[in-house]
Design a protein around this ligand. Structure first.
Ligand SMILES: [Zn+2]
Length: 414
């Protein structure tokens, strides 16, 4: 009897989430259309819809005029019915955003990370940034459903531990436990490459696609793989580490210990190093006159991007070379996974127009068969917002498939 009651209860909760997901994916949508989509009776749908409206999760729109009889009332997600926090713990910055249920950014703040910052200091700063946003956006705390963290390095999404964050020097940091204890909100943590793929899937250029790969190129390089509509996960959470595959065995040593990894040939720090090397060797560039002493701190990747945009041949050439290495990495991903398309994401997406022809040229020569060679490379529209937005999307991904996250009105539970 107890088991039967539990089964009925689970079925009710499953139906609530199904209705909510259909409204998110296909809204505006009427009650009868929902009933058709998920094969549920019209009265059951109406009951669930009423409670979701009372709970603030969805809202009714005005029925379209015209025709005979009662027009069906369209339903959609109530964008400001709930809010989520998304945080980036990157290699060199912390960034936090507050979003609504439609992933619209209500507020944002970013601070640089100082070298050697301790986990406690950085995580305390994340909490303080979250609290400031909640206050400045005047969002009622009871409407917040969680915090999602896009973490650089290797992450255990089950425990919410940062297993290894190479640029911060962190090992086994309990990010989820820390934030939940301080903020009192459910917290989800995943790698910034996985969360970037989720952001593209939910609201980006890959919305609704079931099979694609996001290559994130920034301080590091990694890939988020969407397989059959879900994130592909490896057994030890090192999936998508395309940045540490060898593209030049005679290349420089990478932080991982290997030589000539993609990351050490085509990431933003690698581009800075290559420009500096050529300037020191006496090559001419618009940058030559701007700096007296060359070192890696005196030139930023943005300076190189601007110089390339203004037509500087040296910077353009270094970017094109990085594009060719990225093309090799993408060809490997295409040959392994045969995705519908690859999304170029992260800081490098800002200069996509300068590197895309070289990436595409390499793919045409290296990917297998007509299908591989014709795989499109799309460009993310988010820039560096992809990281905190990915964190926020991680929360939404949990909320829209977890009955516990949706505050279910008592009338439905009984
Ligand atoms: Zn490496």
């Amino acid at each position: 009897m107890q088991a039967q009651k539990m089964n009925i209860e689970m079925m009710k909760q499953f139906n609530i989430i199904s209705v909510l997901r259909v409204i998110r994916e296909r809204g505006p949508i009427s009650r009868s259309e929902i009933a058709e989509c998920i094969d549920l009776s019209r009265p059951s749908v109406s009951e669930i819809v009423s409670d979701l409206i009372v709970g603030g999760w969805i809202r009714e729109l005005t029925a379209s005029p015209g025709g005979r009889g009662r027009r069906p009332i369209p339903l959609e997600i109530n964008p400001n019915g709930r809010y989520v926090l998304g945080a980036e713990i990157g290699a060199y910055q912390l960034s936090v955003i507050l979003c609504n249920l439609n992933s619209e950014v209500i507020g944002q703040s970013t601070v640089p990370l100082t070298e050697g910052v301790t986990p406690e200091l950085a995580l305390t700063e994340v909490c303080s940034m979250c609290e400031s946003l909640i206050a400045s956006c005047r969002v009622e705390r009871s409407l917040l459903v969680g915090i999602g963290v896009a973490m650089h390095g290797v992450v255990h999404p089950g425990t919410g531990y940062s297993v290894y964050a190479p640029n911060l020097g962190w090992h086994d940091v309990p990010v989820k436990d820390f934030l939940e204890a301080k903020m009192g909100l459910p917290t989800y943590v995943d790698s910034d490459t996985n969360t970037s793929a989720l952001a593209e899937l939910w609201t980006g250029v890959a919305t609704g696609s079931r099979q694609f790969i996001t290559m994130v190129v920034d301080y590091g390089i990694g890939a988020g793989i969407i397989f059959d509509g879900k994130l592909y996960r490896g057994i030890a959470h090192i999936e998508g580490q395309i940045g540490h595959t060898t593209v030049d065995e005679d290349g420089p040593r990478c932080a991982c210990g290997n030589f000539g990894c993609l990351e050490v040939m085509a990431s933003e720090p690698a581009i800075v190093r290559r420009v500096l090397k050529r300037l020191r060797a006496g090559e001419r560039s618009v940058l030559s006159s701007q700096f007296d002493h060359w070192d890696e701190n005196s030139i930023s990747i943005q300076t190189i991007y601007q110089a390339a945009r203004s037509g500087d041949e040296l910077c353009k050439d270094v970017l094109r070379s990085a594009g060719r290495y990225l093309g090799i990495g993408m060809s490997t991903l295409i040959n392994l996974f045969n995705p519908l398309f690859v999304v170029l994401s992260g800081g490098m997406a800002e200069v996509a127009d300068l590197i895309l022809p070289d990436i595409e040229d390499v793919i045409v020569h290296r990917a297998l068969g007509d299908a591989g060679k014709s795989t499109k490379v799309l460009v993310s529209k988010f820039g560096k917002l992809i990281y905190p937005l990915g964190g926020a999307t991680l929360v939404l991904e949990h909320v829209f498939q977890s009955p516990e996250a949706v505050a279910i009105p008592k009338s439905i539970q009984d």
